[in-house]
Design a protein. Sequence first.
Length: 179
Amino acid sequence: MLAQPNFAKTPSSALNIAELADRYAGLLYSIGRRYRLTPEECDDAAQSTWLALCQNAEHIRDPQCVAGWLATTMRRFSAAALRNRYRELPTADSMDVFPRVDDAADVADTVAARHTTSRLYQAISQLPDRERRLIRLQLDPAQRGYAQISRTIPMPIGSVGPVRGRALRRLRTLLHDLA
C-alpha cells in the first residue's frame, strides 16, 4: 500500500507528507462530510489533522497504519467541530447590537415585493413570444445556460445574448410604462 514513508526530520519528509496529503485528502473530506460539517469546518478539521500528523509523525511506528490514524484523528476533530458549533451561541450582549425590526415593515416590504413581481410578470406577458420564452427560461431557478436555452427555444446559441438584450430593453420600457 504505502511506500514506507520516511517520517524523519529531513528535507525529504516534507515530500512524504505532501504525498500523504495527496493520497488521503479525499478520505479526510469524506469523513468531514459524513459528520455534516460545513466546508469551512471540514477544512479546519482536515488542517488540524494534518498538523497533528506533522507533530506526531515520529510516534507512528508502522507506516501502514497512517490511513487509520488519519481517519481516527479526523473523526475526533470532526466531532469536536460539531460540539463547538453548538457552543457558539449569541449572548444577550451581542443581541442588543441589532435593533428590533418592526413587523409592520416586513409586511409592507412583502406587499411591495409581490406588487413588483406582479408588474414584472405583466410586462413579460406583453413581450413577443420568442423574447417572453427566453426571459421566462432565464428566470427559472435552475439558471439554464445559453446552450440549454438554445435547445429549448429553437434558436442559435449566438442569438441568445442579443435577443436577451433586446428583450431586457423592451422589458425596462414596459415596466416604466406600467409604473
